[in-house]
Write a protein that binds this ligand. Structure first.
Ligand SMILES: Cc1ncc(COP(=O)(O)O)c(C=O)c1O
Length: 401
């Protein structure tokens, strides 16, 4: 059912933005970045979690057009490297509104980020706190907590963060070295498909904050809920309204003075881009038909091996709306082929056997030159693509142009 809905939406979309025309004009492979979707996703966050400050996770889709759309919306950014600050500066973003979320940095990185305007950093160890000694008094830190969540696509608590039980120790260390602690941050895991992990983490953190404020005689002002908001790839996910309701309920008792921060990456980036690829070879192997594409897992489909996501793949020809003018015979032939649907293995362009995009995808019989489309291809795709095998990065075309 989800697949049918996605197909219907995509067909409408293909007609509206004229995918076939874009391929004719720009060639293939191609990533189509729809900046209006960036804004509608941000609007959903603002509508459902009003009052929360949005810091888009730059790493998920560090494209200048996305940065400009987020900035124009009035949201800010989380950054994790010097290169990301460079990008934001080039796009005219006010760096002093951004937060630096990497829990492990060199002293040079900290100082450089400070000089460029960052005032909020994240720490999760004694040695990291020591790196801030001597820095100006207007710096504050968030202590990163870990809430393990092995069920998610990427468990961001396996590499970073301390347990709520040991966090008090770090706060004590900050107080000793004169480093202001603004509050806490966590990341419940990317593609978290239920409100429960968010709600549990929020409640634990709020009670920790109350206890530490009493113990140390300090006042926190920030609770950063991180990212992790899910999108529907090949399966439905709960409506964002329901997820947000669970988050709002958990935040109910939070002191009014706490700023609530969000660091969404996938939720904003994924729906904003779709991947277009073309069949460059076909064959029949022992396990059935194979089609070789001009983009693959070392390129735009890098989210498949790194995140175990399963983006849907549709043939452009099978989408109902077909904006490209085509002669009557071609249309009849296309419809006939569309009826002959078979499971096919889709392989990427590198000379490497790992480069398989999907197996057993039911598609119309594919021929060389046929165009395939995958929605939900904005997050951790273009950003994590490699140039393996000397294959050039897939160009991005921005719509509306
Ligand atoms: C610190 C931090 N914040 C936010 C994000 C964005 O997470 P998501 O894309 O799941 O929303 C990430 C992702 O790696 C992250 O490391």
């Amino acid at each position: 059912m989800h697949r049918e809905e996605v197909r219907r939406d995509l067909a409408e979309y293909a007609a509206r933005i004229r995918l076939a025309r874009l391929v004719r004009e720009h060639g293939s492979p191609l990533l189509v970045l729809d900046v209006d979707r960036v804004t509608t996703q941000l609007l959903a966050l603002r509508r459902e979690l009003p009052g929360a400050q949005i810091h888009f996770a730059t790493k998920s889709l560090p494209h200048p057009a996305v940065i400009r759309a987020v900035d124009a919306f009035g949201a800010s950014f989380e950054v994790a490297s010097r290169g990301e600050i460079d990008l934001l500066e080039r796009e005219g973003v006010a760096i002093e509104r951004c937060i630096h979320t990497h829990p492990v940095k060199t002293v040079a990185e900290i100082t450089g980020a400070y000089l460029r305007g960052i005032r909020t950093f994240v720490v999760d160890s004694h040695s990291e706190i020591d790196k801030f000694r001597g820095l100006a008094a207007d710096v504050s830190v968030l202590v990163r907590l870990s809430f393990p969540n092995p069920d998610v696509t990427v468990d961001l608590s396996s590499k970073f963060g301390v347990s709520p039980e040991t966090a008090g120790d770090l706060v004590g260390h900050c107080v000793r070295v004169g480093l202001r602690v603004a509050g806490f941050s966590f990341h419940v895991g990317s593609q978290t498909v239920s409100a429960d992990p968010f709600a549990r983490a929020i409640r634990r953190t709020l009670s920790l904050m109350r206890r530490l404020e009493r113990e140390h005689g300090i006042r926190f002002d920030t609770l950063d809920l991180g990212g992790g908001f899910p999108v529907a790839y090949d399966e439905r996910v709960p409506a964002f309204e329901d997820l947000a309701r669970g988050i709002r309920d958990a935040l109910d008792g939070a002191p009014a003075r706490y700023r609530i921060l969000l660091e969404p990456g996938r939720f904003v980036a994924a729906p904003s881009m779709l991947a277009v690829t073309r069949v460059v070879g076909t064959t029949e192997r022992a396990d059935g038909p194979w089609a070789y594409l001009d983009d693959g897992v070392y390129g735009s489909y890098s989210n498949i091996p790194s995140e175990q996501t399963h983006p849907l793949v549709f043939a452009l020809a099978e989408l109902d709306a077909q904006p490209a003018p085509e002669p009557e015979r071609a249309r009849v032939e296309r419809r006939l082929r569309a009826r002959l649907r078979r499971p096919v293995t889709l392989a990427g362009p590198t000379c490497d056997s790992l480069d398989v995009v999907a197996r057993g995808v039911v598609l119309p019989e594919l021929r060389i030159g046929d165009v395939l489309v995958s929605p939900m291809m904005g997050a951790y795709t273009w950003a994590t693509a490699t140039g393996f095998n000397g294959i050039a990065p897939t160009p991005v075309v921005v719509v509306p142009g």
